[in-house]
Ligand binder design. Structure first.
Ligand SMILES: Cc1ncc(COP(=O)(O)O)c(C=O)c1O
Length: 398
């Protein structure tokens, strides 16, 4: 059952000045992304017919289904983190500045020797790490939980990485990587932070901000965001923290309302928002949602404090709403463009549909001020990353 809770800990002007979040202020984030072969900003699409149907002014969708040919936004974080790690190693060992160009001309690899990058993943982040490791001519070992579908495993091996399947959940996979990396001297590039492992996930989150800068440029608006409500789907919350950091830092109290969307089955951020002490909690759910990228049991320790202070509302959505959203994207009405959206990609629209259509969300609609003037931003964070499931879902509902 879809649920919502407003964030009682949300602040009007959160600070985010702590040194742990310094990576967000790095000035080389977009430079790194622009240096990647094939980089181009992803489209910001407008869906006027859907907006009319839902009784709002505008629905815009940032479509990440073809980001750098990888079907998901995740490469923004993995590429930036691997670049920063190599830069840091170079500068530590040789005491001279590292330029982005040195990443791809073989100099870094020759000078630093082999570095094996590894990570736990539900699919998209692992593929992104494998992709970037290949770009910088380094090996990658990617760990997936046992319920990962074959097509996701294959898309990682196609990038040249070794894949290890772990018995258990995503959280079990994270623990196994930590152990193996220590034993083998490998470098973890994780998109989730845990005590003692903060620096790299901070770079991953910082890397995601390129997406929000692209949106801003596309909206060509400097003084005000041009959007009223943003739906952000979450697994461990690194992506949501990047969105929160960006809008809070850019617009302060005039920021759009931020809504976090999770599967009912993996609602660790909602559980954390409900905790009496405001600290991290794990989900009570089985983490078995079709929204595979969001099946995370525990929030990132770095993402949570940002979300806690800047997110307006948390909601959980059922798989049924997710399927509805995938079909709605795929079979548009009027002149709206059709969009290929995988399960986790469609979660934002699932949230919007539930907000507009569920009786039990009437209080949320009112408190958010959702009306005919509302301008909505959704992010389609992935394309058909599980093509078999995608065909089944959109085929069945056709
Ligand atoms: C397609 C997609 N969307 C959203 C997310 C959520 O990102 P995060 O785990 O940073 O909350 C993920 C995570 O893997 C994902 O794969």
């Amino acid at each position: 059952m879809c649920e919502f809770v407003f964030n009682r800990m949300c602040q009007t002007r959160p600070g985010f000045d702590s040194v742990e979040f310094a990576a967000f202020r790095n000035t080389d984030i977009q430079d790194l992304h622009r240096s990647l072969k094939g980089y181009t900003p992803t489209p910001l699409l407008s869906l006027p017919s859907l907006a009319a149907e839902l009784g709002v002014k505008e629905v815009r969708v940032k479509d990440e289904s073809h980001r750098l040919g990888l079907n998901a936004f995740k490469v923004l974080g993995a590429s930036y983190a691997i670049y920063r790690f190599i830069k840091q190693e170079w500068e530590r060992r040789f005491g001279e500045p590292f330029e982005i160009d040195n990443l791809f001309d073989g100099q870094a690899g020759q000078a630093l020797g082999e570095i094996t990058f590894c990570t736990a993943t539900d699919g998209n982040h692992g593929r992104a790490v494998a992709w970037m490791a290949a770009r910088v001519s380094q090996p990658a070992v990617i760990y997936v939980p046992e319920n990962t579908v074959q097509s996701r495993v294959e898309s990682i091996t196609k990038e040249g990485a070794r894949v290890i399947v772990v018995e258990g959940t995503y959280d079990d996979t994270v623990n196994r990587v930590a152990r193996d990396a220590k034993e083998n001297g490998w470098q973890i590039i994780s998109d989730t932070a845990y005590p003692g492992y903060l620096e790299i996930p901070a770079w991953v989150m910082a890397g995601y901000t390129t997406m929000f800068r692209e949106i801003e440029t596309a909206l060509a608006s400097v003084k005000e965001p041009g959007i009223d409500i943003v739906f952000i789907q979450s697994g461990v919350g690194s992506f949501a923290a990047a969105a929160t950091w960006y809008y809070v830092t850019r617009y302060g109290k005039n920021r759009p309302k931020l809504i976090n969307v999770e599967p009912c089955d993996a609602d660790c951020l909602m559980e954390s928002a409900l905790s009496t002490d405001g600290e991290i909690r794990s989900t009570q759910g089985k983490q078995n949602s079709i929204m595979a990228g969001l099946n995370c049991g525990t929030p990132s320790v770095l993402a949570w404090p940002i979300i806690r202070e800047g997110m307006d509302m948390f909601m959980s959505v059922s798989d049924r709403y997710c399927e509805k959203a995938m079909c709605r994207y795929y079979y548009p009405s009027g002149d709206d463009p059709g969009i290929i959206s995988g399960e986790s990609g469609a979660a934002g629209l699932a949230g919007l549909l539930a907000l507009c259509q569920e009786e039990s969300f009437a209080g949320a609609r009112e408190k958010l001020g959702l009306n005919a003037n509302s301008r909505i931003l959704l992010i389609n964070t992935e394309g058909a990353t599980d093509p078999v499931s995608f065909r089944k879902i959109v085929g069945q509902k056709a």
